[in-house]
Design a protein around this ligand. Structure first.
Ligand code: GLN
Length: 195
């Protein structure tokens, strides 16, 4: 069984653990840098990206997170976590963790649509998937090796760049665990490749 962590500094942590366990992996709430070494994959949850960034800096997570990705270990950013992973953020000079070859824009869906659900096709994971969006970012553009996995109203809302997976919505908030399963599978594949 693979171990998948959820960065537990801020945001929707417990729900991700529940989804990881429903997907047949062990879920670990990560609050200390030392815990990263035992993991096969890491989820960066939704929440608030500027607050998450502050806590990442305060607890010394920035370099260890970059090293984690640099070792080829899968990372999955959801909503604010997607913003943390992106190499470029519209309107910002610097990214946060900055590992995934995408450009994101924060709070893309307008005030009247602060939160909503939409049925999407997610390539490789689900033909019809109910996605929950909460003050969601979207992916403005992707690098040449990044695959678009889902779009909503012409905007990219899920993508994969090598061992980095990201989505605008909250896959942990429904009982449909297919996207988490997709990520657990990435962690299993990466573990096999590294043994
Ligand atoms: N709007 C938030 C941000 O920019 C993300 C919202 C979420 O994670 N649900 O950080």
């Amino acid at each position: 069984m693979v171990k998948v962590g959820v960065l537990g500094l801020q945001g929707a942590v417990r729900e991700h653990i529940r989804s990881i366990e429903a997907s047949g992996a062990e879920g670990v709430v990560v609050k200390k840098v030392e815990q990263l070494s035992e993991l096969d994959g890491l989820i960066l949850p939704g929440g608030e990206s500027t607050t998450m960034r502050r806590l990442i800096d305060r607890y010394g997570f920035m370099e260890p997170l970059r090293e984690f990705g640099g070792q080829g270990k899968p990372m999955f950013g959801t909503c604010a976590g997607l913003i943390m992973l992106a190499k470029d953020i519209v309107g910002y000079d610097e990214p946060h963790i900055g590992l995934m070859d995408i450009t994101v824009e924060r709070n893309s869906f307008g005030r009247q649509k602060e939160s909503f659900e939409a049925d999407l096709a997610v390539k490789g994971a689900a033909d019809c998937y109910t996605a929950v969006f909460i003050r969601a970012p979207h992916i403005v553009s992707v690098g040449e090796n990044t695959e678009v996995l889902a779009e909503y109203e012409g905007r990219i809302v899920a993508a994969r760049d090598r061992h980095y997976l990201g989505c605008s919505f909250h896959p942990e908030l429904t009982d449909d665990h297919r996207l988490t399963e997709y990520f657990v599978h990435m962690a299993e594949q990466a573990k096999l490749a590294h043994v």
